[in-house]
Design a protein around this ligand. Structure first.
Ligand SMILES: Cc1ncc(COP(=O)(O)O)c(C=O)c1O
Length: 363
């Protein structure tokens, strides 16, 4: 059996509907903006239960624009967990703020609150918790820590569409939440895409202007913005995929349950610790072992694809800050391994992966 990590062709369901939607948009020559995009913004805002959704060209722009919208004063510090995709850090650096790295939890790989307390200074003006792998970061804990301090929260939800804390969608706790619709994401288009959700009218208006050269209408520029729009065809694809998205989460949870059951009690293999208060979207299923490279090679020999998210911690990149006392994340990039999981994987495939992992550990 050959098990791919992701099969983007299979992850595009309802191809008939999607193709006829694309056909309709071509016929009407609707390529930028329009009803389809507005509908997606309405649908996605409704899905996450947020007042506003501003669709954008990608999730990186979403983070950069969201941070920019907060109007934080020059020289401020912004805290980012050290285990995340580079975009989270770029949002800080590209806006000319000081990037401060925070350690992560060993149990779920999201921002570590003990370290966060230590990293907050008078200059801290924002935190970007990342709901990495679909695991909700402890926003309640973060809010407790920053209570009465003037610190903003932008949630990076690029990997966590539909994840929840106490039945409330990630992205709706802070000042803004940012999403990516990159094709490999749980809710992915046929190209790049992103969005910001917020309950603040002020932030929503800023983001809306920013994505369109500082203008809401043609030639109505109020500041120098950029061009970052979700194109109409992507909105069409996403509108169709969003309708089925709860089933995607359901299937991913079913498969994750099989992994948890099948891989428990293996010495030298660590699984996530889940909280009963959270709902997980399982964008990735990440395991940890000191024998990661050997295990990965063994799985390759058995035609099972895996990936590493990520092989380096961001403080290991030479052009980013070195960070301070990042204990749990030290050498993490050498120990973690992402196993295949998606709504298109079968239970049989997951059982096969488990069988081979057990074989590797001689169980
Ligand atoms: C955690 C995280 N943040 C931000 C992004 C950026 O999204 P995009 O690729 O759409 O720019 C990604 C995408 O890989 C991500 O995984």
């Amino acid at each position: 059996m050959r098990i791919k990590f992701t099969n983007l062709y299979k992850l595009a369901p309802k191809k008939k509907y999607i193709l006829s939607k694309i056909n309709e948009l071509i016929k009407n020559s609707k390529f930028v903006g329009g009803k389809e995009v507005k509908n997606f913004e309405k649908n996605f805002a409704k899905y996450v239960k947020s007042k506003y959704c501003i669709s954008l060209g990608n999730g990186t722009d979403a983070l950069e624009i969201a941070i920019n919208s907060l109007n934080i004063k020059k020289g401020s510090e912004i805290i980012v967990p050290v285990n995340t995709w580079i975009s989270t850090a770029e949002a800080v650096v590209n806006n000319n703020y000081k990037l401060v790295f925070c350690d992560i939890n060993s149990e779920d790989y999201t921002i570590n609150l003990n370290d966060l307390k230590k990293k907050i200074t008078k200059k801290t003006k924002a935190i970007i918790p990342v709901h990495l792998y679909g695991n909700p970061a402890n926003i309640f804990g973060i809010k407790k820590i920053i209570k009465k301090k003037n610190i903003n929260i932008v949630e990076d939800c690029a990997q966590a569409h539909g994840s929840k804390l106490k039945n409330k969608h990630v992205g709706t706790f802070g000042d803004a939440g940012t999403f990516s619709f990159f094709p490999g994401k749980n809710l992915g288009g046929f190209g790049d895409g992103g969005a910001i959700v917020t309950n603040s009218k002020k932030i929503a208006e800023y983001c809306l202007r920013c994505r369109g050269h500082g203008a809401l209408r043609k030639y109505d520029h109020k500041f120098s913005g950029r061009n970052s729009r979700l194109d109409t065809i992507q909105a069409g694809v996403l509108n169709i995929k969003l309708k089925n998205y709860n089933n995607v989460i359901k299937k991913r949870n079913q498969l994750a349950k099989i992994y948890f059951e099948g891989l428990k009690n293996i010495n030298d293999l660590e699984l996530y610790k889940l909280s009963k208060y959270n709902k997980y979207s399982f964008h990735q299923f990440v395991i940890k072992t000191k024998r990661r490279d050997q295990l990965r090679n063994f799985l390759i020999k058995n035609k099972i694809d895996t990936m590493v998210h990520y092989p380096y911690m961001l403080n290991e990149l030479k052009f980013l800050p070195k960070g301070n006392k990042l204990i749990n994340s030290k050498h993490l990039g050498k120990k973690i391994l992402s196993l295949p999981i998606s709504e298109e994987h079968t239970k049989k495939e997951i059982y096969f992966v488990i069988k081979k992992i057990k074989e590797f550990f001689k169980l």
